[in-house]
Design a protein around this ligand. Sequence first.
Ligand code: ADP
Ligand code: MG
Length: 196
Amino acid sequence: MTAGTTILDKAKTERRTVLTEFESKKLLERAGIPVVETRLVRTKQETISVSKGLGFPVVFKIASPDIVHKSDSGGVKLGIANATQASRAYSEIMSSIKQGYPSAIIHGLTVQKMARPGIEVIVGMSKDPQFGPVLMFGLGGILVELLKDVSFRIVPITKRDAAEMIREIKGYPLLNPIFAYKDRVVAVDARIILEG
Ligand code: ADP
Ligand code: MG
């Protein structure tokens, strides 16, 4: 059995359609999309040893199928620089989740390499009842909810369509610096919702 089917079987067995970031990243990775190195851990001790293994600075995030907006719930800590900060960040995340989401199922925490700064974009796919699979591109991170500056195309698309989608958004001028210097892309967050 492949890792992909294991993830989907687990979600089906648990009767959930929302995959966690960790599960979503595993599926993206298998599809050939570069994903920031992400490990799932369960205890504070494991969190610290895995952080040391990956190398500081790292990022911690709550791993729970019940928490979709991880930052809003106090479930994300960026730029953790050493073991002391790691220990504190672990406790802070766990206590704010316990307080805000006492009945959430918690898979643990993810420890991730802190990606170097870049302009954040979002790439998404959804299924339109009329048109079928539709690809979305836009400015990501905190800007995505705020600006809703996105372009859409029905798939499959050509390279030329992709270039058009990028140029079409209002925030395109913001992307010039990243294109001038960029050597690669990396996904730092991921979310997959299965068809019910
Ligand atoms: P949320 O569930 O709130 O969307 P994210 O995983 O997107 O949580 O994290 C919030 C923000 O933190 C991201 O939009 C990005 O700016 C930053 N971030 C998340 N993961 C990383 C990472 N591994 N390296 C660098 N920045 C990150
Ligand atoms: Mg996000």
